[in-house]
Write a protein that binds this ligand. Structure first.
Ligand SMILES: Cc1cc2nc3c(=O)[nH]c(=O)nc-3n(C[C@H](O)[C@H](O)[C@H](O)COP(=O)(O)O)c2cc1C
Length: 436
């Protein structure tokens, strides 16, 4: 089983009330906060720390940033993730480090360079969550009147990743010779321009960073539309997804493994990690009390504000006692699928949905450690996933509980490593190193 930790370099990760929880550390502007998180995850032998990211304070709800800021919602504040991960790299030795970077607002040269740098600095632990972005507010921060359409964003993303791969391969392995005598710093015959000229990018190359320990970072993706799934099947080595039930997780898992095979890939080289919000206690009562307190800290508007930007619809325009209307959703299909299922199953009003969404995905992982580990094992062994993306409801305590109570039980059942056996993130995930 693979374990990743989902976090944001900001106030909350898995639960909108998380920053208000009495023992939550609100020191998220400090490097020490992230170093501590990294060391904790490494003690728990996690595969990787994943930092989500967006490029704007969302303003979809009521056409304003107020609700995000007032309630410390998901998009209220984000430090730049690569800089944060460089700090974590210096405090850890084995933990994988995954940064979200958008293909819609950056340029392949700068991104390939930054990720190759992180891979070198961390001795082979870098990963890239490839996102196409989905908010008009982000386009507006980069001088654009509007976003590209979803299909165009994915077309650009395909070309972006192709260019990045060419740049990472523009230095062959062994090109850096560092021979003092000859003298030969690098072998020019092993470094070449890429001369890329495509629809979205013109890049001469070569990169000014030599090929990194992993060859290229591990690719992560979370697109759930048909186009998003095909993009993931082509490129992703880890897929992060949220589900509202075991059945939808199993359906997604089957579909993604089949799509990967269709793209001529080995399906084992594509790891599917559903996001869950576990609350693990010494007893079920303790976990349920923690959950009750956490849920009471979630303001419905905070959840609706975040759901508004995820769906790219202003949900404040609908009566709050009505159910989510059936509309065409321009935003993230994966999130829409999740809340449409919830609405259908439980008949939640929008206000209730706001609280539910603010609480985070999948509540069935709440209980005494053995109960939670039973659920993890069931999902893992019933064709729903290759592991989990753990979204602790408050930090660092929620992760400390998971590492202290759940990880040893997973290890005792032979489901999870007791020691790292390799050095790089590709080693942890059993992924091959791509040839140049
Ligand atoms: C669980 C999950 C997490 C995501 N995290 C991010 C993120 O951190 N930043 C971002 O810009 N997009 C994020 N996305 C959005 C996707 O990567 C993708 O760009 C978006 O879902 C649009 O594609 P789709 O319509 O194919 O789903 C996330 C999506 C899901 C389902």
């Amino acid at each position: 089983m693979h374990l990743a930790a989902f976090a944001l370099a900001g106030p909350v990760s898995g639960n909108h009330g998380g920053w208000r929880y009495p023992s939550a550390d609100t020191n998220f502007l400090s490097g020490s906060y992230y170093k501590k998180l990294g060391r904790l995850l490494e003690d728990g032998k996690f595969d990787l720390l994943f930092l989500a990211d967006i490029l704007a304070v969302p303003s979809r709800y009521e056409g304003s940033t107020d609700s995000q800021l007032r309630y410390g919602a998901l998009g209220a504040l984000r430090l730049e993730p690569l800089a944060v991960l460089a700090t974590v790299a210096a405090a850890t030795e084995r933990l994988g480090l995954a940064s979200t970077i958008s293909t819609s607002y950056f340029e392949p040269f700068a991104v390939a360079r930054a990720l190759a740098t992180l891979d070198h600095l961390s001795d082979g632990r870098a990963a890239w969550n490839i996102v196409t972005s989905f908010q008009a507010a982000e386009a507006a921060n980069f001088g654009l009147e509007a976003q590209l359409s979803r299909d165009q964003r994915y077309d650009r993303a395909d070309e972006f990743v192709e260019v990045a791969c060419k740049l990472w391969d523009s230095w062959r392995d062994g090109a850096l010779t560092l021979d003092r005598e000859t003298p030969q710093f690098a072998d020019p015959s092993k470094v070449a321009a890429i001369d890329h000229a495509g629809q979205y990018f013109r890049v001469k190359g070569p990169l000014n960073v030599s090929r990194s320990p992993q060859g290229r970072p591990v690719f992560i993706q979370a697109g759930a539309s048909g186009r998003g799934r095909d993009f993931a099947a082509r490129w992703a080595e880890v897929i992060f997804v949220t589900h509202s039930s075991l059945e939808s997780a199993q359906e997604f898992y089957r579909d993604m493994k089949q799509r990967a095979a269709k793209f001529g890939r080995n399906p084992d080289e594509l790891k599917v990690l559903p996001g869950i919000v576990p609350i693990v206690g010494e007893t079920r009562l303790i976990a349920e009390e923690t959950e009750r307190l956490l849920n009471s800290l979630v303001v419905p508007e905070a959840g609706l504000s975040t759901l508004s930007y995820h769906l790219d619809i202003d949900l404040s325009q609908y009566p709050q006692d009505d159910v989510l209307p059936q509309v065409d959703v321009p935003g993230v299909q994966g999130h829409y699928k999740e809340v449409a299922e919830l609405t259908h199953k439980h008949g939640l009003s929008l206000r209730q949905l706001g609280t539910r969404y603010g609480v985070g995905p999948l509540r069935e992982f709440v209980g005494a450690a053995d109960e939670v580990v039973d659920r993890l094992q069931l999902w893992f062994e019933s064709g729903a996933c290759d592991g989990f993306m753990i979204q602790a409801p408050f930090l660092p305590g929620g992760l400390e509980d998971f590492v202290r109570l759940a990880v040893p039980r997973l290890q005792a059942r032979g489901l999870f490593r007791t020691e790292y056996t390799g050095a790089t993130l590709r080693d942890h995930l059993n992924l091959s190193r791509p040839a140049a």
